[in-house]
Design a protein. Sequence first.
Length: 387
Amino acid sequence: DKTGTLTENAMKFKMGDIKGHLIYNENHSFSLELLQRQGVIRTAAEEYFLALAICHTIQPFPDADAPLGVVYEGGSPDEVALVTTAAEHGFRLLERNSRCLTVEVEGERRVYDILATLEFTPERKMMSIIVQERNTERIILFTKGADSSVGSRTADEEDVQEYMQILSQSLLDMAEHGLRTLLIATRDLTSEMFSEWNTRFLAAGKVLVRRNEAVDRLCGEIEQELRLLGATAIEDKLQEEVPETVSFFREAGVMMWMLTGDKRETAVTIAATSSLLDPRRDYVVHVDLGSLDPKDPEAIEKIGADLHQVELHLESGRREGVRCTLVIDGTSLGVVMEHYFELFVRLSKCVSSAVCCRLTPLQKAEIVRMFQKSTGFTALAIGDGAN
């Protein structure tokens, strides 16, 4: 597992994008200046930091000795980093209970009633919260998640799609620097729309059969027509001596697979800095569906062709003394396990290393079981208890 095993799991907000304006953790002057502007940019910046301060599961604790006068604790270091960043920009989460949050916005206390929390699931790759500012009519959904999930749920409006195109390049640049990226988005809901949906959402939480599927389906219904606010990029540094340790194992003939929920570009960058692969010397072969529907015959054929490329590169590597690294994402892995399992097992014994990205915890377990039951190899699965 990558996070907390190869890396420190000590998350730090590194940079972000607000309507095409890049902001950096090292220098708050520009991001603070966005909040001083008038019009669209000011509104976008305010909503961006408000989303960071509200859309999470973090608990604040008053601490007079802390720089912000409050410390944040929770199960997700990513969320702690984002809530802290919001506070540093004047959007300070002060209190939270099961019913409401209190956020100090540039010196003014605002109370937001929590109407619904749509918890993160590996399938949706996003989490949302629906709130209503007290003494106002406005009901707001804030969401954050993987670009592959949030990006596909954006409103079909010209300005939203234009910003998505601009943001795509920013996200790629961030990921290629090994940063963990999230999209931040929002949606305004009418009271009638929320009330009708919430009745069904609460009912879904009580069903006895396939409850998670029912809840996820309802989450997907409301997490639509999203308006993009921007993106965040979080740094998770490697633990000490990881590259040296990984190199030692690889030289000893130990095959290493990195399993992560991160996007492909981030995972490959971390693998390179960990010495799990060398893009200048190794054959790095990608198995990737792209935008194809995994159920389409064309997609199944594409995966077969990609696996054939892995075979060809393994043959060339044996002749030339070059290592071969396989890179595959969770969606492609699903097709492989269903249609090409035996071939994949055979190839998995031959590659020098592999990078498996955008995996769910269940898919991580699937790969471990494959090695334990189908390869005849001794397999060590190393990671935290959650996986």
